[in-house]
Design a protein around this ligand. Structure first.
Ligand code: ATP
Ligand code: LTN
Length: 330
């Protein structure tokens, strides 16, 4: 029996963050035995905003090295770079012809990102959810493990899948489901805990990068914004404290209540120092292993070559099926 299929990806717009790790990669590792997994670095998504070509290439390898260092097993999961598989853009064009302006206009990520794009907003930033839908539909994906911010894009993919099946038959594409769980689903910025932690935040002090040194991690947590008061509690009106508890919970698996009770009689300072220690303990081996992979580009290239071959094998069958359905002559 073939295992159900998972697909996910991260944009190599910068070096990955604790948000990417807890919201996505850590779950990818947990799911890889039960599912057949396709994990990508989505470089074609990255160019929807300005990129330096040299940095983009480096960040792409950094993302892949991080997947491996975090425990994604290239023997069972397919790890690849989106631009190595041309079927993604082939299907994206078709979806551009079946997605609606109104649907894309509702995407909150487009609204947020276009605000910081200045006058010249790239068309790709607007149609990007259709490239993401293509990524997902190409592999007959059952489940898409992502952070909370991507739920809307997966819902759009479901709508488009239903539309295509309605027009061309139920066997056209598979309708995927989002997989969003746990306290790591939305890691917040340490300085502005009402905003999600992001690779491309204006102030890097609010973001923990996986490549940060232990000292940098300690410093950032020390400076994290906590709310007024001193008592550690888990509530909607204490976003900063809640975020630190969620980060601990996502790493240790302890519930927020358990964590709160371990801080009885202690102050915010303790929470910050201990959260930094827990994060460092989790990230130190990943950091070292990422470095090891980056120092062995031959091994990385090999893994990516094999991953892309496997991905193309599946994607080419899907694109052929969809080409037939829409009426292309093949
Ligand atoms: P950018 O700043 O370039 O928009 P990003 O850091 O928001 O990037 P993406 O590449 O858009 O990251 O996201 C990759 C994956 O990481 C997605 O599954 C996304 O949901 C998840 N993710 C990103 N940021 C967080 C966060 N703060 N908390 C939880 N998950 C996150
Ligand atoms: N849009 C996603 C990254 C992404 C993705 C995907 C995630 C691109 N294609 C397919 C899951 C499945 C983001 O995090 N910005």
């Amino acid at each position: 029996m073939q295992k159900p299929i998972i697909l996910s990806g991260i944009q190599p717009t910068a070096k990955l963050t604790l948000g990417n790790y807890l919201g996505a990669v850590k779950n990818w590792v947990k799911l890889q035995n039960e599912y057949l997994c396709y994990y990508m670095a989505v470089d074609q998504h990255a160019i929807t905003v300005k990129q330096d070509p040299v940095q983009l290439r480096q960040n792409t390898l950094f993302a892949v090295a991080t997947y491996l260092a975090s425990g994604v097993d290239p023997k069972t999961s397919h790890i690849f770079v989106q631009s190595h598989v041309p079927q993604h853009t082939q299907l994206a064009w078709i979806l551009n012809c079946f997605g609606y302006m109104g649907e894309l206009n509702r995407m909150t990520q487009f609204k947020d990102k276009s605000q910081s794009s200045g006058k010249n907003i790239r068309v790709g930033l607007f149609t990007y959810p259709l490239l993401m839908a293509a990524d997902i539909l190409l592999y007959d994906t059952d489940l898409v493990p992502v952070g909370d911010d991507q739920k809307q894009h997966v819902e759009l993919t479901r709508d488009i899948a239903q539309r295509l099946c309605g027009l061309f038959g139920d066997d056209t594409v598979k309708e995927p489901k989002p997989y969003i769980t746990g306290p790591g689903a939305r890691v917040m910025d340490l300085l502005s805990p009402d905003r999600k932690m992001s690779k491309s935040a204006e102030n890097e002090k609010g973001t923990i990068f996986l490549a940060d040194t232990s000292k940098q991690v300690e410093k950032k947590f020390k400076q994290a914004v906590t709310d007024s008061g001193t008592e550690v509690s888990y509530s909607e009106d204490k976003l900063g404290v809640r975020n630190l508890i969620d980060i601990q919970s996502a790493i240790t698996g302890r519930s927020p209540d358990e964590i709160v009770s371990s801080y009885e009689g202690k102050m915010y300072g303790h929470l910050k120092v201990e959260t930094a220690a827990i994060v460092n303990e989790e990230l130190a081996p990943i950091r070292a292993e990422t470095e090891r992979y980056l120092n062995d580009p031959g091994e990385l290239e090999n893994i990516l070559k094999q991953g892309a071959e496997k991905a193309r094998e599946h994607a080419s069958k899907t694109i052929e099926r969809i080409y037939r359905k829409v009426g292309f002559h093949i």
